[in-house]
Design a protein around this ligand. Sequence first.
Ligand SMILES: [Fe+2]
Length: 415
Amino acid sequence: MSVPNEFDPESIKAKSAPEMGMYRAEVSTAEPMKSVLESNPEIYFVPPQRGSQWGEWEFQPGSYYDTTTGAKHPEWAQHSLPQPSKDIEQLRRDMVEWGYCKIEDALSVDQITVIRERVLEQAEGERLAGIAQKTPSGQNINCCVNKGRCFEQLIEQHSAAMQGGPLVEQLVTEALGVGWICTSLIAAISLEGGVPQALHQDQGNALDSRSPMTVNVLTAITDVDENNGGTLLIPGSHTALSDAVRENRPVGKLPPAINLDAKAGTVVITDGRILHGTGINHTTEPRIVMLNGMQKPWMRQQENWMLSVRPEVLRRASPKLLHRMGYQATTGTQTNEGHGFGARGIPGEAAGATVAFRLAADAGEYLRVGELSSASTGEELGANYTLREVVGAARQGGQSAPVGITSMRLPTGEG
Ligand SMILES: [Fe+2]
């Protein structure tokens, strides 16, 4: 029998010119950055210069990177931009209006010291090992969770590493909804001679969303300002861009970028839709900011925690840390051989916990369910499948049975 002509690739192609596609406008749009760059070309323009020349700096009103702090910028000084605060109501207002807020003294002096020393030692170690991850701005330390207990605690916003953790968590939960997870934890070190980063949005899709899909939890480990590469950002651009997309109109002229200024120990939460980029470090001292992105639980994470986390870190990880790294499945995300159907994706929920699969793989003992049938041997049917063990343990833990699993007829007669 011949295959119907409608399934022939050439026939499909003939009926699939770009203008014939459904949802074409949304799927292929280059907005909002297209109109941002048309109306504000200077925010993307980085003239070619040698690294040593970036140190020569003076404020230029038309430049997105030779800028200054909000308080010193002639176009921003009269606005009440976010100030460091511990007042949750003020912090909420700053997030909604300006797309960022500054949590004052979220880390104590001692907590800053622990992280700063660990970052500098790790950076040196990675340089000596020949595996330093250079960026146009300096050096990044990726996958920090493997590189010190203080980083595990930072991802958890544990009060041992971040005294203001409970307040940070509350704000992130309000922004993203319950169940949010972590995309990565990176130490971003800006060094003298580094190049400014083009302004961009972290949240690269769903840009017309009325609330953020991602937020970044930036922790200043050194003081940051206009001299040492304080993050460049355009206050209020989170709504300027998402409103334009939703209303199907160009973004238009934007106000100028400023350098974020924050004392060491300040946590700055930024809305994933705000235009931002790394600034230029004009000093000889390293500028350190911890970048801890958080996101809706259904988005793919930047760090592939499923593979990259060290076994010993996984074994000691708290339920909260495992959840933030993505080791708690929900019905729609990251089920493992069906384990996780019916789970809500909350810390410690046995019905969605997947770390046992990874630890079994580490031990070379992960036995996956393969092809089975009525012709399978007794040995095949009775094999010690890891799935069987994980489901059994979840049931013994007294958790509600995962929906997908209860309908399975397990060969041992369980279920
Ligand atoms: Fe970014």
